[in-house]
Design a protein. Structure first.
Length: 250
């Protein structure tokens, strides 16, 4: 056998491996879910940075908050109208199932899930709730000096200060949840050999031959776009009709 034959054989072997790998991949995350995920990362990071930069960046902080509201609202609606793996009914399971999955994961015996696993499903719900509360509470907040949220005129000063305190302290809960989420992604990489970051970029996940495969056939982009436009339009309407607070109130 010549050297050329060896190269041809190696090339054929690599081609078979690539074909086998591709055959064991399924389209799981639609484009709207992937764009939502990474856009939310950018919006939250932007809100944090603009807050740390000081009062002169407050306008940008508010815009990041608007983005979080639109994105979270979209994901909630998408949980009822989106593709198979994005639907809440297809990944929310009981607390017992989540605890059992976590235990089996660290034992290296976790069952495979094409979509969100039981533990990840509850993390999604928790993050959606706390991010929604964080962003909405910021609309009513004020720093008693320079800046106030766009809806501060709808509530009393005491209520505004209470919501400001909630907005400030809830950040630490969100930061802890994000740290836990990142730790879970790393744990999957170590114990389950699952590349969840890559899957959220490409939309495709490698699956075991014994798993039930539920490929999505469409990302339903037009529906997602219609929802985003409707949510953003509703938010813009509310903000444009917000009452101006009295100077002696705030």
């Amino acid at each position: 056998m010549t050297i050329s034959d060896h190269f041809d054989e190696a090339s054929a072997f690599e081609k078979r491996r690539a074909e086998e790998y591709a055959a064991r991949q399924s389209k799981v995350w639609d484009l709207p879910v992937r764009l939502f995920h990474w856009s939310l990362v950018v919006a939250f990071a932007g809100a944090f940075v603009t807050n740390r930069l000081g009062v002169s960046y407050f306008k940008y902080h508010v815009w990041c908050g608007y983005a979080v509201i639109v994105l979270v609202s979209f994901r909630i609606l998408w949980g009822f109208t989106g593709t198979h793996h994005a639907l809440f009914k297809n990944f929310l399971r009981g607390p017992g199932a989540a605890a059992a999955y976590a235990l089996n994961l660290f034992r290296g015996r976790a069952s495979g899930y094409l979509g969100h696993n039981p533990l990840g499903g509850w993390m999604v719900i928790f993050l959606l709730i706390v991010l929604a509360v964080q962003a909405v509470s910021g609309l009513f907040g004020n720093d008693e000096i320079f800046n106030a949220g766009p809806l501060v005129g709808l509530v009393s000063k005491d209520t505004s200060l209470s919501l400001t305190s909630l907005h400030r302290h809830l950040f630490y809960w969100i930061a802890a949840a994000i740290a836990l989420h990142i730790s879970a992604v790393i744990a999957h990489r170590i114990f389950d050999r699952s590349d969840l970051v890559r899957a959220m970029i490409t939309g495709r996940k490698k699956h075991r031959s014994t798993e039930k495969v539920e490929d999505i056939s469409s990302s339903r982009i037009w529906l997602a776009l219609a929802l985003i436009i409707a949510i953003a339009g509703a938010l813009a309407f509310i903000m444009s009709h917000a009452p101006v607070p009295l100077d002696d109130t705030f």
